[in-house]
Design a protein around this ligand. Sequence first.
Ligand code: FO1
Length: 314
Amino acid sequence: MALATRVAVLIGGVGGAKLASGLMHVVAPERLTFIVNTGDDFWRLGLKICPDLDTVMYTLAGLVNRETGWGIAGDETAVMDSLEGHYGVEPWFRLGDKDLATHLLRAQGLRQGNSLTEVTDCLARRLGVSARLLPMCDEETPTLVDTADRGELGFQEYFVKHSWRPIVKSIKHKDCEKATMSAPVSSALETADVILIAPSNPWLSVAPILAVPGMRQALKRADAPVVAITPIIAGAAVKGPTAKIMAELGLPVSEAAVARFYGGIIDGFVNDIRNEPLRVEGIRAVRLNTLMTDDAAKAALARDALDWIAGWAA
Ligand code: FO1
């Protein structure tokens, strides 16, 4: 099933990038399209930072810092240190020197009037990434996190400056009603043989993608089966605030709650072997090892998930 299959993946964050890496071993890169969350994006020091696009791009290019899951391996921060040391600018969001090259080129490309889709494609191709990398939309729809103790925060303020400690009351996708699905995103969903939702944070990293007008309808209308992979294993998140946010939103920290969150747009759910069997109306499920501890586990999850889908998708 794998190599000839056209796979589109809705993805955000570090967890998603691990699956992206696994898929690269199983699906021909030119048949892989990643539709990436841009709700984390913000302008900083006059540069457009796109953390989830960069995490996927660097992962696929073999450049990513594998300890953090973001930024470039071995990067240094001479520029950030100079900002702080010479100018007293306290960079709570730290950009590596090599990483800055990406942000400089992206900001330049955008200021020249290119779309984020065009700029992203140019950067990825120059890094030798042959899978297609698409922002979920070209408009800016920043994720805002309304918190009990610090009011409304921008995503990176919540996630980095305050280390996702604030208590989440609600999550908004600013100006999402003005966003539009780009032609490449629509085409990727129409032509895919399989559509996967990566084990990214559903509320922080996937919800912004689903908030793009027309995205949910495109997923429902797609011929391809839509299958989500659980970000919850044994009642906890592998990494990041997924479980904490679910509890703060009053949801049970369970894979069933995630499956219900995606209810109506998914046909299947890849559960974890450590979890109880999933019982959610109308959703097929399988239990695989979704804990991607090394490259072999990432590839195995990608292969086993696609083989399972091949077994029931017409
Ligand atoms: N995460 C941090 O916890 N601290 C940082 O200083 C930081 C800088 C950073 C720079 C570029 C980039 O692409 C990502 C960066 N991240 C940092 C991670 C980022 O906040 C998250 O990966 C996503 O936004 C959440 O999915």
